[in-house]
Design a protein around this ligand. Structure first.
Ligand SMILES: [Zn+2]
Length: 314
């Protein structure tokens, strides 16, 4: 039996190493570039990052936060993403042990780190994560993973399916409700047909579009992907896809707790922005980071929060 401190420290180190790969994903996925090649280089002078300068977290400080060659500043986000992923991996191992669930949830946390920073930068959640992620989450959730709300009990096919349905169903209802509430009424009739289609067949339509874009011959220039967005609202179709994926691993209770805590944190952040910056409704707060935070909270503390609520609530 490994001493727990050593186990957690190792999880942190491996998490931080994977974190430097996540940095590559965060910068390249939205541009549709390969995340495997070419190797990382300085965006200013083009010199390749040397392997000895690629030590997570430490290299940043040893280089004084600047490129070895041209001395241009390196973003502080690199070490932050590495440290964050290290901490998340240690927390998942602390909570779920060195088990299949621990590994799957650590990978999920990493995917959510990528989602969070891409959504902060570009206000999109990449389909490359949520669309292949949804069937993968359903498979892993059905076969490998414990129910985060009842550790020790498998989530199972039923739990995973219910979670997927809850994530998809709840968020498509929220999305379409706000779409009609804030959207242009003249489009209502034309869109009603699409809504019915999406409510029942959304995942099929996304997968079809995704496969066609990935493997089809015609490659269109990536547009702004704003056509599906609700004007003035933080919630987009990307959030619906993300929750569909998350549901398969966190179950329906996780979906509810994630939705509740994300709305709470999102409202606090939105209010803070309005107060500090005086920004009106135009300062849009992306919802992906809050959904990610809520999902991680559900994984780590879900059973305690529900237990506390059932014990002390109304
Ligand atoms: Zn440079």
């Amino acid at each position: 039996m490994m001493p727990p401190a050593f186990l957690l420290a190792s999880a942190f180190v491996f998490g931080a190493v994977v974190g430097s790969f996540l940095n590559v994903c965060i910068y390249r996925l939205p541009e549709g570039r390969s995340i495997v090649s070419p190797p990382s280089s300085c965006p200013n002078c083009g010199n390749r990052v040397r392997f000895y300068d690629n030590v997570p977290i430490l290299s940043f400080f040893m280089l004084g936060g600047r490129c070895r060659f041209c001395r241009s500043p390196i973003s502080w986000r690199y070490p932050v993403v590495e440290a964050l992923n290290g901490v998340l991996w240690a927390l998942m191992v602390y909570r779920f042990g060195l088990t299949a669930s621990g590994a799957v949830f650590a990978l999920l946390a990493s995917a959510l780190v990528v989602v969070t920073f891409i959504d902060l930068d570009h206000q999109i959640i990449p389909d490359a994560i949520s669309i292949p992620g949804a069937p993968l989450a359903l498979a892993l959730g059905s076969l490998l993973v414990v129910d985060p709300f009842q550790p020790g009990v498998g989530l199972g096919v039923r739990g995973s399916l219910l979670g997927t349905a809850a994530g998809y169903g709840l968020f498509s209802v929220i999305f379409w409700t706000s779409f009609f509430y804030y959207g242009r009424p003249s489009l209502t009739v034309r869109l009603a047909g699409e809504v019915v289609l999406y409510l029942f067949l959304g995942p099929v339509v996304w997968t079809w579009d995704y496969l066609r874009e990935s493997f089809g011959r015609k490659v269109e220039a990536p547009d702004e992907e704003n056509e599906e967005e609700v004007p003035g609202q933080g919630l987009g179709m990307g959030d619906v896809k993300l929750m569909t994926m998350l549901g398969g691993l966190i179950g329906w209770k996780g979906v509810l707790l994630t939705t509740f805590s994300a709305s709470l944190f999102g409202s606090i952040a939105g209010l803070t922005l309005v107060i500090t910056r005086g920004g009106g409704r135009k300062s849009k707060v992306p919802f992906g980071p809050f959904l990610s935070l809520g999902a991680v909270l559900s994984l780590l503390l879900g059973d305690r929060i529900v237990g506390w609520y059932l014990g002390h609530g109304p």
